[in-house]
Write a protein that binds this ligand. Structure first.
Ligand SMILES: *[C@@H]1O[C@H](CO)[C@@H](O)[C@H](O)[C@H]1NC(C)=O
Length: 249
């Protein structure tokens, strides 16, 4: 009947619409930002696939545990609109270049430590930033964050054969702060997402640095293929790659 037809039409329109917008991605390229107390921290969000980024509305959320995530502001073509007037002196946001939206947190202290997300609202869903930008405040105040962030002291890929499976463990040890992004790619530089166990970050009771292990399991028939473990950490200005070593036999 007519109602049914209307409903169907609606659904078709909806799908087309979703299809047309399916490419939107918000990249938060820094994994973490560490600054000294009283300093201003800057976070960036790069929009991919958003037509007319300058007029698009970008939202910024903060998640400072134990409180629930909440929106701080949003910015369209003009200046930012704040969810609470008290945020005006603390946070700013602006558009930069063709597709970057920046967010700043002024006069930081440890109460600001948390994760900040950018987001873009589509008609039926919200796209959040692909990564997290976690803010860490260091004390005493320092101007050079390299003094407190530290690169992993060691990183390696271990391997073990279990029957018809090969297990690779990418072990990254002793870094600070604890936020790290670990991904696996194959020889074609394509991200491998199946059969990966990303371990939790841990800290030995007697140390102040963190470690992480990420496991990749592949069928033994793939033993001649190389895999790469990639990690991104605030201390590294470029991404680091580790390559698996072919088994001896
Ligand atoms: C951080 O600064 C805010 C505002 O200046 C203040 O209310 C809060 O108590 C401070 N927190 C810490 C842990 O110093």
């Amino acid at each position: 009947d007519l109602r049914m037809l209307l409903l169907l039409t609606k659904r078709v329109v909806l799908f087309c619409f979703l299809d047309g917008q399916a490419q939107v991605l918000l990249k938060q390229n820094y994994v973490s930002v560490t600054r000294g107390e009283t300093k201003t921290a800057w976070i960036e969000c790069e929009g991919v696939g958003i037509s007319d980024f300058q007029t698009a509305f970008i939202h910024w959320y903060r998640h400072i545990p134990p409180k629930a995530p909440e929106r701080v502001l949003y910015i369209g073509p003009g200046s930012a609109s704040y969810d609470d007037d008290s945020y005006r002196n603390k946070y700013t946001s602006s558009k930069k270049g063709a597709n970057v939206c920046t967010f700043s947190i002024a006069d930081i202290n440890s109460s600001d430590e948390g994760t900040y997300y950018c987001a873009y609202w589509q008609t039926h869903r919200t796209i959040f930033g692909t990564g997290t930008n976690s803010l860490f405040c260091s004390f005493p105040p320092i101007s050079n964050p390299d003094k407190v962030t530290s690169s992993p002291a060691s990183s390696e890929i271990l391997q073990k054969r279990h029957g018809n499976q090969i297990m690779y463990v990418c072990l990254i040890e002793k870094f600070y702060p604890e936020v790290i992004r670990v991904t696996w790619t194959d020889e074609a530089n394509k991200e491998v997402t199946d059969n990966i166990v990303k371990g939790d970050v841990w800290k030995p009771a007697n140390g102040d640095k963190y470690s992480i292990g990420s496991w990749l399991t592949v069928p033994a028939k793939n033993k001649d293929k190389n895999y790469y473990c990639k990690y991104e950490h605030e201390s590294q200005h470029i991404q680091k790659f580790l390559k698996t070593v072919l088994p001896l036999c």
